[in-house]
Ligand binder design. Sequence first.
Ligand code: TYD
Length: 201
Amino acid sequence: MATKGVFVVLEGGDGCGKSTQVKRMVSRLGDLGREVVATREPGATENGAAIRLLVLGGDHLDPRAEALLIAADRAEHVAEVIRPALERGAVVVSDRYIPSSLAYQGVARGLGVDEIARLSDWATGGLAPDIVIVLDVPAREAAGRRAGPEDRMEREPDSFREVVNQAYRDLAVRFGWTVVDGSAPVEEVADQIWAAVRPLL
Ligand code: TYD
């Protein structure tokens, strides 16, 4: 189904600086007079907030249950937030989307990229982003940036984070995602992201 808006996704390992960059991008888009919807996964909807607690709250979750819960959150997110906004012509900026599932569940949890891609495609009715930007930050540096109590994913060891980061780099080549060096100063990162997004507007 054709939509009028633009769908931008920001990706990367935990603590890579996505939320700061979403704010920067939203402010630049606002300056252009576009309607902007900033959103995130998991947990952007009411049902999604409950799913987020299940996914990140406990101590243990079977990897397939994790993948399915995240897919359910995403189905709700697309139906309730993303698709309606795109149909209005808004620019949607999502902190995480399908690429997170490919990197975390497909690669790091070992469930398989193709299987998770099929599950994600079904959950979203095939809604693909116009651009995916990956912030690449070394796992140790990212760990130092995180604040607050750790959730179940953040309690995974550094080796898990390294696998996630490498997965993002490999998948970026395969799927044509834009990789930005997230270790650079915030404004420089913001400029690089903007240079990639601006031509789509
Ligand atoms: P969050 O606190 O939102 O982390 P961040 O600020 O780093 O985005 O938690 C999201 C966590 O859920 C993060 O560890 C990655 C994980 N996740 C997946 O494993 N698969 C997914 O598809 C999504 C959307 C998130």
